[in-house]
Ligand binder design. Structure first.
Ligand code: E4P
Length: 217
């Protein structure tokens, strides 16, 4: 399973990239706002921090406008992935862009039928929002299971990118279901490394080691 960081904070991305476990980055207009930076400038910097796909989202709502913005965004770097909303114009743009060899992430997916349409439009990634789904009284992980089943039924190559992740259990469930990618805030990704018994174990081993009086090397 691939791990994407859901942020436009370049310091956080650089930090995660150093682990060698970061496979890409996703941004959205809210994350760009949070960064306080210019979308072109910050996206260019992010593209230099990872070899993986970096999702940059269009804000136009019509097909012509989306294509115009996508043209500007995809020139930033070879690893830019154009993010379009799951609307008729978004999928029309997805079809046109992917037919032209551009990576596309279809975002704001809240139903398996929407995910089916995105796959038919040739999406590289479909982004179902599990956290926002849960927030509204639905089961986000049921949605991922349904999409996995449908994509496997027809051999769709669109990668399921589990988005709007709130905690480690979402990541674990996504892996159990066989989602292709998760995108999560850096704090959630860093939390996955931690376990109280790991810390306790290290503490115990170091205490015993100190008492041996030895050094390695
Ligand atoms: C990722 O591509 C999405 O934009 C993001 O995961 C949304 O997460 P949120 O629901 O926490 O804003």
């Amino acid at each position: 399973m691939k791990f994407f960081a859901d942020t436009a904070d370049t310091a956080e991305i650089a930090d995660l990239a150093q682990t060698g476990l970061l496979d890409g980055v996703t941004t959205n207009p809210s994350l760009i706002k949070k960064s306080g930076r210019d979308i072109i400038e910050v996206t260019r910097e992010i593209c230099g921090l990872t070899h993986g796909p970096v999702s940059a989202e269009v804000v136009a709502l019509d097909h012509a406008g989306m294509m115009k913005e996508a043209e500007i965004l995809r020139k930033i770097a070879d690893n830019v992935c154009i993010k379009v909303p799951l609307t008729i114009d978004g999928l029309k743009s997805c079809k046109a862009l992917t037919s032209d060899g551009t990576m596309v992430n279809v975002t704001l997916c809240f139903s398996a039928s929407q995910a089916l349409l995105a796959a038919k439009a040739g999406a590289s990634f479909i982004s179902p929002f599990v956290g926002r789904h849960d927030d509204n009284g639905f089961d986000g992980m049921n949605l991922i299971e349904d999409i996995r089943l449908i994509y496997d039924n027809y051999g769709f190559e669109t990668e399921i990118l589990v988005a709007s992740i709130r905690h480690g259990i979402h990541v674990l469930e996504a892996a159990r279901i066989g989602a292709d990618v998760i995108t999560a805030p850096p704090s959630v990704i860093k939390g996955l490394f931690k376990h109280v018994l790991t810390d306790k174990g290290i503490e115990g081993f170091l205490k015993d080691w100190a008492e041996t009086g030895q050094a390695i090397g």
